[in-house]
Design a protein. Structure first.
Lengths: 132, 121
């Protein structure tokens, strides 16, 4: 791993595979950000997801992980929330923090994405597709 | 890396201390060990190689495996340590990465109907 890089290339590939698989499985746009957050992490997560969807009513999920602050936040848009209720997101967050607590960032994120995708299930016709 | 070197040194020290102990049996028999199929006594060198060499080889393998895995584990995230890496985006790179929001921006930024959950460790 090069200095300054959070993950090795194989870890990035694993995370990307998990994210793309979740997107293909559900039709929901999954986004992951790992890094420090300035200010309130919850507000930052809401703001970042708002910038990603840019006001469009797409189903999208942002997983924000701040290892330094030991904080993870899963944010869902209104369309995504209909398929991933807050209780389901809480379970995924719990699963992720269990892995993070033993130092497994990559495994935690990958399993969290898989769990969120399983809860959302396959896309239905009424749910707007995520922006590419 | 320093952690890996410390582990390797510990294993080396343990090997040095325990090797004579384990191989003492081989030296103590005086080379009078034979088998049903080969009743000729083993030479002290053969005895040492069987009873001490196998153990030494085991320690050597453990030592090599520890030294090889030591470098990788130093990169592993450990809870509580400061995170000094650049932020990593997987999808959604269009968001203003790293931009610090003002107090006005952070107030009520959640879109209506949005949800989610948080966790800490």
């Amino acid at each position: 791993m090069a200095a300054g890089e959070a993950f090795r290339q194989d870890q990035i590939d694993r995370l990307n595979s998990a994210r793309l698989l979740a997107e293909r499985q559900t039709g929901i746009g999954f986004h992951v950000r790992v890094g420090a957050v300035a200010g309130d992490p919850k507000a930052a997560a809401d703001r970042l997801l708002g910038e990603i969807v840019d006001g469009s009513p797409v189903a999208a999920v942002l997983v924000l992980v701040s290892p330094g602050q030991r904080f993870v936040r899963i944010v869902t848009t209104a369309a995504a929330r209909r398929r991933i209720p807050d209780v389901a997101a809480s379970l995924a967050a719990l699963s992720m923090t269990s892995s993070f607590a033993v130092g497994d960032l990559v495994g935690g994120i990958a399993s969290g994405l898989r769990q969120l995708a399983d809860m959302a299930g396959p896309p239905s016709v009424s749910v707007p597709a995520s922006a590419p | 890396m320093r952690r890996g070197a410390r582990r390797a040194l510990t294993l080396a020290a343990l090997t040095t201390l325990t090797l004579p102990l384990f191989s003492a049996a081989a030296l103590a028999d005086g080379g009078r060990i034979g088998t049903h199929y080969d009743p000729d006594p083993l030479s002290p060198l053969e005895s040492w190689l069987i009873y001490g060499g196998i153990i030494a080889a085991g320690f050597l393998v453990a030592l090599i495996l520890t030294a090889l895995s030591g470098g990788k584990s130093s990169d592993r995230y450990r809870p509580g340590q400061p995170w000094e890496h650049r932020e990593v985006w997987l999808g959604g790179e269009g968001a203003a990465a790293g931009a610090e929001p003002t107090a006005q921006e952070t107030a009520g930024t959640a879109a209506p109907g949005s949800g989610g959950a948080s966790g800490s460790w």
